[in-house]
Design a protein around this ligand. Sequence first.
Ligand code: S3P
Length: 171
Amino acid sequence: MKNIVLIGFMGTGKSAIGRKLAACLDREFVDTDAEIENITGKTIAKLFACDGEIRFRSEETLMVKKLAKQENLVIATGGGMVLNPENVRLLSQNGVFICLTCKSEVICQRIKNKKSRPLLLKGNLFTRVNELLNERSEAYSIAEYTIDTGSCAIEEAIEQIVNYLQEKDYL
Ligand code: S3P
């Protein structure tokens, strides 16, 4: 069975929903950021600070190469994963992309007190989130199904994703 690949901006719920979705489908769950932290022994914030974004992005692609060979996974990607067309190409070979989205107000509310996202530390949070969302809208549009996680509870989001996957015979 194809991997279920959750994409979307920071704070849209990829990790929280991915973990529960995997449990619900009895599949293995992989959070790419958490895996990169395990492999490098550094938090994402520390990896960015010590080694730079380029190193982080190359760790992401190494991770994708590994995951693309597997099946039956639920994968929560980092918000910038789909910016690299090579990552998209690899993951799409054996994966279905589901995008989680929500309004920038909701994203800011969810992440305003967290210091773990290096790309959002500078300047005004709301402005920065909107700027990045605009830059990335095309990248996120590769998903074949998109769900707004700001307007429903986690359980409802999962139900809708499962319904979609069943309809399309992915399960
Ligand atoms: C990033 C999103 C983060 C993490 C890194 C870069 C991005 O993951 O991979 O800080 O470029 O959007 P989350 O989407 O899980 O916050």
